[in-house]
Design a protein around this ligand. Sequence first.
Ligand code: MTE
Length: 313
Amino acid sequence: MIIRSTPDHPIRSSDITPEGVYHDRRTFIKEAGFAGIGLAATLAGARRASAQQGGTSIGGAELKGELTPEEDVTSYNNFYEFGTGKDDPKPNAKNFRTKPWSVKVEGMVAKPATYNLEDFLKPHKLEDRIYRHRCVEAWSMVIPWMGFPMADLIKRVQPLGSAKYIQFTTALDPQQMPGVRFPVLDWPYVEGLRLDEAMHPLTMMVVGVYGKMLPNQNGAPLRHIVPWKYGFKSCKSIVSIKFTDQMPATAWSVATPDEYGFYANVNPTVDHPRWTQARERRIGELRRRETLMFNGYTQVASLYSGMDLRKNF
Ligand code: MTE
């Protein structure tokens, strides 16, 4: 994020993925081989239900025509464990092992447990959501994610009344992650949300993109997305989810507290100390756009009523 400036990204019209590609459910089911027939059937059923309910409706309908080419979504990445350049994660994460994978749920919950990924996913109905994805360095994308509401998971593990926050911890494996040799961050990458932010229907656990399983460079096999926040709030390759009553440490606010706060709501009126946040460049476009408050997801404003968002940046 802060290490070096990024080169302009070349876009070719041939990169633009037809919408039908990400709607190809069969690809997803086939690639979900880890899940076995039982889960594949569940996924198929869930997707039918999702389609009937209009699964792309939240923030998605008006964005369909603006999808960022799949090639850009999967090759222009921030994943510092695999290098600090935007084009490092794709080649460097190629052989990252994501099977088997387990997720530890711990802290202030009635049902703490370590889950195998497939057990973890099984009860949840997958749906598509097309979201604006806004990075702190003033570039943005529009991405068709696939996953399930984080609220479903939270309800399942039953947080105690005392739990106020969730902390996410991501994978740390120096054998497989060349980037963690460098003390760019205090590894592992951690992030956190207030419990009400995590419960908001827009907040999502993500397992796929463009109708396929998440590629490693995008956070396989499990990440989360909070569409009204800067991209660094969404952790890739999550291994632990902890419920707590204390505001958790977050990777970037530990590294440079004056530049990155806990809330990280997209806010055109609060600049990063070294650059403006008032405008952004959608990957694939030359002109800059005005950045929208909460990345355009104004329905979350009530979560912050009465708060000074200049102080709570
Ligand atoms: N998660 C981990 N584990 N490591 C990282 O370096 N980078 C963050 C976030 N999640 C990061 C991470 C940042 S800075 C951004 S902008 C988004 O991932 C980028 O997500 P994308 O590559 O899918 O666009």
